[in-house]
Ligand binder design. Sequence first.
Ligand code: SF4
Length: 248
Amino acid sequence: MAPYAGPLGHPRLEIMLQQTRVAAVLPYYQRFLARYPFPLDFATASESDMLASWAGLGYYSRARNLQSAARSIANETAYPRDYDAIRDLSGVGPYTAAAIASIAFGQAHAAVDGNVLRVLARVTADKADLRAGPTRARLAEAAQTLLDKHRPGDFNQALMELGAIVCLPRNPRCSTCPIAKYCEARALGLENQLPVKSSPPRPTTSRALCWSFSETTRYCCGASPPIAAVSQAFGNCPKRNTSPARAP
Ligand code: SF4
C-alpha cells in the first residue's frame, strides 16, 4: 500500500486537527509522516510508541482512533474513498468525513464546522439559535446547496478559511470580505449581532467513590456513566468480586 503522501495524508491530518490549531498540529504531523510513512507502519506500531509520538498534542483518544482507522485501512486492498466508507473509520464524524472526501477525493460533500456555521448564519441572516439542532441542520443544508460541485475541496477550504481569518466571531472584517456583497447580515447591519447563540448548558458535577485495588485483591468500583469515561481512560477495570480464591 502506498505511503501517506498527497491526498492520502488527509485522514491523519484531519483527525489531528480536531479541536487543535493548525500551527500546533504541523510539527506533529510532519513527525508522524517521517516515523510512520506507510499505513502498515502506523497500524502495527505499539500503542506506547504511537502515544509517545503523540505526546503533547492532547486528546489521546484521537491517536487511538487514528490507529484503529489505520488498522482497518491496512486490512483493505484500497483506501476508502467515498464519504460513507470514510465515515465508518474510527474517530471520523460527518465534518471530518466530508473534509477528507471533498479535499482528498473531490466528492461533493459540504464540510460544516463551527466556523462555517457562523459564516452561513451571517450570510443568510439566520436569526435562530445556532446551538439548536434544526438551525444547524438548516445551515448544513444551505452549505450543501451552495457547494461548488466541481471544486468541492476548494470551496470547503475557502469557507473554512473565511471563517477562520475574516468572518471572525467578534468584529468580523467585513470591509475586506470577498463575499460581503452576498452577505445579508452585512446588508442589514447585523454582522455583530449574528449568529444568535443561547447560553451553553451549565457543567454538571459528578462525584465518584473509588476503591483501591491491587494484584492480590483486584477490587474495582463500578462507575456511573459519566465516570465510566474516566475509568476507560485508565483502562478497563475488572468487575467487582473478581478477587482470586484465597488459599484456606
Ligand atoms: S460580510 Fe462580514 S459578516 Fe458577512 S460573511 Fe463577510 S465578514 Fe462575515
